[in-house]
Design a protein around this ligand. Structure first.
Ligand SMILES: Cc1cc2nc3c(=O)[nH]c(=O)nc-3n(C[C@H](O)[C@H](O)[C@H](O)COP(=O)(O)OP(=O)(O)OC[C@H]3O[C@@H](n4cnc5c(N)ncnc54)[C@H](O)[C@@H]3O)c2cc1C
Length: 591
């Protein structure tokens, strides 16, 4: 037995990091990787795990104290080989992607919760007033909100880390890689103004490691947030057995979890197309984000948001990218005038974009994947990898919902009312599994509604609009009524538009292709919808979403003083263009 000093691990650039919670006390036996402290930076909450198993002899820190890398945390008596001044493993590494130190808490002891339902059915090993099935953005938000409202919550997740698709294989990793892609492109474009960088040297292992570290920080932070709220995380795959029971297959075997109320947040999976051979070179978005290599020739099947985001990443990393889209244009659902600047830029960077074209056969050969196209081109082309990005399908059919009496529609969605209740009143559903748009911010808002209703509050999902964003370069964002919808539905509207070629800020960024347009009700002048194309459109659209929620009109937008020079001014200018008060452009008066 030796006495080991456990010190603060590497904290990157963070200094004076506050301890929000000390999770252990003197005399406590701790296992290797057991959390000792929870730290909170301005970016994330993270746990410091124990580097070895042992018994805590001395604790030298307290909650609230600020600490730095290598500060002494505690001393423990351990049978492990003594290494002087041994730091704890790094918090980010401790989350990992499913290694021994990653993952969620083991299934807790079978102590029934007070107030458990007295239902005559298979006995539960554990019972909760509320169980949340799935820990994506919808599920963890619902679990945390319900816990904050006083409910004892069990959160079941089959993956080793919390955060679902969004944090692990969706929004966050894609945006981390898109950031790298954007910097590569921007550095290159500066050469025309006399600032020349050498061609980038891309170390894929390091890039992948950075992307994974971003994921780890966030998922590890969620683990800490669950612990702080005493949400019990159960690691395993769940299926309904009855209206009040779930069977969970864990690493240790099957366990039965009972619940009074349940929120289904089991999300969605990538759609796979029939007729594609099982070959590791044919991947979905998860495979593409794993970034195994930068293939010489990449085919992206699907010209929607995810396909185009990944096409942008791989193109910046040096791949020759071809996009094929069955529909008449890329980015279906978005107004064509917004898509145009993106299409123009993509055409400069990608090898080809074939719209109105079908893949009719895919043959995996040892040297390449041969793809036969039919449509605007009719030929066979060879690729080193193929990314299939043709949408996502809900997991409604994968959770045995009918055993609980929960309806699942033929497309796999679970229908809900405005309080997120399914047809079984004590079972709610949220996020991708309840319908379009499959977006993380929709899932989180629905999660809060379900949690609040489950906790007895009177709440409804009554958001007027849900913004959509493509994080391509340029970004495209839209909210509320689109012109395409207005025309198809015969909705009367008038438009104010501001071309970014007249924006000083956009010219200073050398990005004059952008455009902001706002649609107004011709009678009340209230905002019906907005669309923006240009850098940071995804951030800018939030103002229009707020304006619609608040019932703002063109005056409200135009008379709000926007800082100059910013891209946000373009929203006010679009409103002024509609009102006829714009001075930054000359628009002849309507006769
Ligand atoms: C590449 C990509 C990029 C994306 N980018 C964006 C973006 O920029 N912005 C945006 O808003 N959206 C984006 N999305 C969509 C976003 O990720 C989803 O809308 C969001 O994650 C849905 O949240 P959710 O909670 O409904 O489900 P999910 O995130 O799918 O989470 C469901 C969770 O339930 C778990 N689960 C499922 N079945 C079971 C079971 N039987 N037992 C136990 N656990 C189970 C899953 O493991 C998963 O963790 C992107 C998606 C992809 C694929």
């Amino acid at each position: 037995m030796s006495l080991i000093d456990v010190r603060v691990p590497q904290l990157g650039d963070f200094k004076n990091v506050p301890i929000v919670e000390v999770l252990v006390k003197v005399g406590q036996v701790v296992a290797v990787d057991e959390a000792l402290l929870t730290l909170e930076t301005d970016k994330a909450t993270m746990d410091v795990p124990s580097p070895v198993a042992g018994v805590i002899q001395e604790l030298v820190v307290v909650a609230g104290q600020k600490i730095n890398e290598n500060d002494l945390i505690l001393r423990l008596a351990s049978e492990a080989a003594a290494t002087p001044d041994r730091p704890a493993p790094s918090p980010a590494m401790a989350s990992g992607s499913g290694g021994a130190s990653g993952g969620v808490a083991p299934v807790a002891s079978p102590a029934p919760t007070a107030g458990a339902p007295t239902i005559n059915e298979v006995p539960a090993d554990q019972t909760f007033p509320l169980v949340v099935l799935g820990a994506g953005p919808g599920g963890y938000t619902a679990a945390f909100r319900a816990a904050d409202l006083g409910l004892k919550v069990g959160l079941i997740e089959r993956w080793p880390t919390l955060g679902g698709v969004c944090l692990n294989v969706g929004c966050i990793p894609s945006k981390a890689l898109l950031h790298a892609a954007k910097i590569i492109d921007e550095a290159d474009s500066l050469s025309q103004f006399g600032v020349k960088f050498q061609a980038p040297e891309i170390d894929l292992d390091k890039l992948r490691g950075w992307k994974d570290s971003v994921i780890a920080k966030l998922t590890q932070g969620l683990k800490g947030l669950a612990r702080q709220r005493k949400v019990e995380v159960i690691s395993g795959e769940a299926r309904f057995l009855s209206p009040h029971r779930l069977e969970v297959t864990t690493a240790a075997g099957k366990t039965i979890v009972g619940f009074e109320q349940c929120i289904i947040a089991a999300g969605s999976e990538p759609v796979s197309l029939p007729g594609y051979p099982a070959d590791p070179r044919i991947m979905n978005s998860t495979g593409a984000l794993a970034l195994a290599d930068a293939p010489k020739r990449l085919l992206v099947v699907g010209g929607g948001i995810i396909g185009l985001e990944m096409a942008s990443v791989y193109s910046a990393l040096g791949s020759e990218v071809t996009v094929v889209e069955l529909g008449p244009g890329i980015m279906p659902g978005c107004d064509r005038d917004l898509v145009k600047p993106l299409e123009k830029r993509l055409k400069q960077h990608l090898k080809a974009i074939h719209v109105g074209t079908k893949v009719i056969s895919v043959v995996a050969k040892p040297e390449a994947i041969d793809v036969v196209f039919e449509g605007t081109i009719n030929e066979t082309q060879s690729f080193d990898r193929v990314l299939v990005a043709v949408g996502r399908t809900p997991n409604g059919e994968r959770i045995n919902a009918h055993a609980a009496g929960v309806n699942v529609n033929p497309r796999g969605f679970v229908p809900v009312d405005r309080q997120q209740r399914t047809n079984v009143p004590h079972i709610f559903a949220i996020g991708d599994i309840v319908g379009q748009p499959m977006l993380a911010h929709k899932a989180t808002h629905e999660g809060k509604v379900a949690a609040e209703v489950a906790a007895g509050l009177k709440r409804f999902f009554d958001a007027k609009v849900i913004p959509s964003v493509a994080y391509t370069d340029p970004e495209i964002a839209w909210v509320g009524l689109t012109e395409t919808e207005a025309k198809a539905q015969g909705v009367a509207y008038e438009k104010g538009a501001f071309p970014w070629a007249a924006s000083g800020r956009s010219l200073a960024l050398n990005r004059d292709e952008g455009m902001t347009k706002v649609l107004f009700d011709p009678t009340t002048h209230r905002i019906l919808g907005a669309g923006i194309v240009g850098p940071n459109a995804g951030d800018l659209i939030a103002e229009a979403a707020l304006a619609i929620e608040m019932g703002a009109d063109a005056h409200d937008l135009g008379l709000t003083i926007h800082p100059h020079p910013t891209l946000s001014e373009t929203i006010a200018f679009a409103a002024e263009a509609f009102e006829g008060t714009l001075t930054d452009l000359y628009i002849p008066k309507k006769k």
